[in-house]
Design a protein around this ligand. Structure first.
Ligand code: NAD
Ligand SMILES: O=C(O)C(=O)C[C@@H](O)[C@H](O)[C@H](O)COP(=O)(O)O
Ligand code: ZN
Length: 360
């Protein structure tokens, strides 16, 4: 079992990573501070893992809230079900919410915890690759709005993150690939050595080799924990975790949430960001091809969806959360392994990349 810490002073918390961590009550119960516990999960994950989790909580008063499955349900209306469950069971400020599921369940549970009675504690038990390497760590919580991804939310850190790699056995291949997109992101933004490791080990990851998966999850969480510890609320460096997301969120919003998976949209978005970085003279064409090749080996898209126009991108990107004083800010690559967040780029180059990549 591996352990990392997200270092946030007196709000620091552990990330436990390994096979079988969800069979170990000692990893969970110290982070539940009172009797009331509410497990939030969804209709796909509940039949697979809810009983396993409940078995660790025999000494607690446990309720569960089972949400519908899908990005399309990551909204304020679905959140009502969590508040209904908590209020009907008379949960008070000492309750602990536990998110058992992928990033959708994690983001919604965290946001419910941030809001319920003005803030209660929560624990993340991520069950997808994407949530194990990214969404369960760092305290970004929230829901989508029809006009933009994650537009309603809060920063609210969990008490602990418990990652059991055994749970990935039931994950569909398409979801594995989507998670690998965010893993590749870390190599690109801050860890060139990891990028090189990924080039050598992508086949193992795709074959679900346990050692490779544990290594990639641990390294991704370590990279994310470092960034979050430096800039918890994204006043600066944390925005590098958004590589590919300005384009990717535009794809998700334009298509309707759930058509493309988040990781798929981010993959295409990272190629768009890489192409722009190349056009601006930072990374080479060869490096863009290396990035594309790695994503393609993970069965990820490297082009935007057919029919999406430059104007479709620009109108949604205009409401991106990183926009400052009406100016678009993008995460670009200075090198493979070094991202920067900037509004100081030649806008005509963005137009050229969009025109070149959008197949209408
Ligand atoms: N908060 C953050 O920092 C952050 C970071 C990255 C992504 N996100 C958000 O995370 C979401 C994407 O998360 P995701 O990729 O985990 O998608 P998801 O939560 O929709 O899960 C993917 C699918 O896998 C199913 N599933 C989950 N665990 C399973 C398991 N062990 N076995 C079988 N099926 C399983 C789910 O029911 C779902 O159908 C997006 O909403 C994205 O915006 C948030
Ligand atoms: O943790 C972060 O910071 C990230 O940006 C991680 C992203 O992978 C994630 O998709 C996040 O939800 C995006 O946040 P947003 O603020 O751009 O909505
Ligand atoms: Zn993401």
């Amino acid at each position: 079992m591996l352990e990392l810490t997200v270092d946030l002073g007196d709000r620091s918390y552990p990330i436990f990573i390994g096979s079988g961590t969800l069979s170990d009550a000692a990893k969970l119960t110290p982070y539940v501070r009172a009797k009331q516990v509410a497990i939030v999960t969804n209709e796909t994950v509940a039949p697979l893992y809810l009983d396993k989790l409940k078995a660790l909580l025999n000494d607690f008063d446990v309720i569960d809230v089972v949400l519908p499955d899908g990005e399309a349900f990551k909204n304020l209306q679905t959140l009502e079900a969590v508040f209904d469950g908590l209020l009907q069971a008379r949960h008070n400020r000492a309750t602990t919410l536990i998110a058992l599921g992928g990033g959708v369940v994690g983001d919604m549970t965290g946001f419910a915890a941030a809001c319920y009675q003005r803030g209660v504690e929560f624990i993340q038990i991520p069950t997808t690759v994407l949530s194990q390497v990214d969404s369960s760590v760092g305290g970004k919580t929230g829901v989508n709005h029809p006009l933009g991804k994650n537009m309603i939310g809060a920063f609210h850190q969990p008490n602990a993150v418990i990652i059991d790699t055994d749970l990935l056995a039931t994950l569909p291949d398409r979801e594995l690939s989507a998670g690998i997109a965010e893993i590749i992101k870390y190599g690109l933004i801050c860890d060139s050595e990891f990028f090189t490791w990924l080039q050598a080990n992508i086949a193992k990851l795709m074959a679900r080799d346990t050692d490779a998966l544990v290594y990639a999850i641990h390294r991704s969480c370590a990279d994310k924990a470092n960034v979050v510890a430096e800039d918890e609320k994204e006043s600066g460096i944390r925005a590098i975790l958004n590589l590919g997301h300005t384009f990717g969120h535009a794809i998700e919003t334009h298509l309707g949430y759930g058509e493309w998976l988040h990781g798929e949209a981010v993959a295409a978005g990272m190629v768009m960001a890489a192409r722009l970085s190349c056009r601006l003279g930072d990374i080479s064409r060869e490096q863009v091809e290396q990035i594309k090749a790695l994503l393609q080996q993970a069965n990820l898209p490297v082009l935007p969806p057919e029919g999406m126009t430059p104007d479709d991108f620009l109108s949604i990107m205009a409401v991106d959360k990183k926009v400052l004083d009406s100016r678009l800010r993008l995460v670009l690559l200075e090198q493979v392994g070094k991202a920067v967040v900037t509004s100081e780029f030649d806008r005509s180059k963005l137009d050229e990349v969009l025109a070149e990549m959008c197949v209408c």
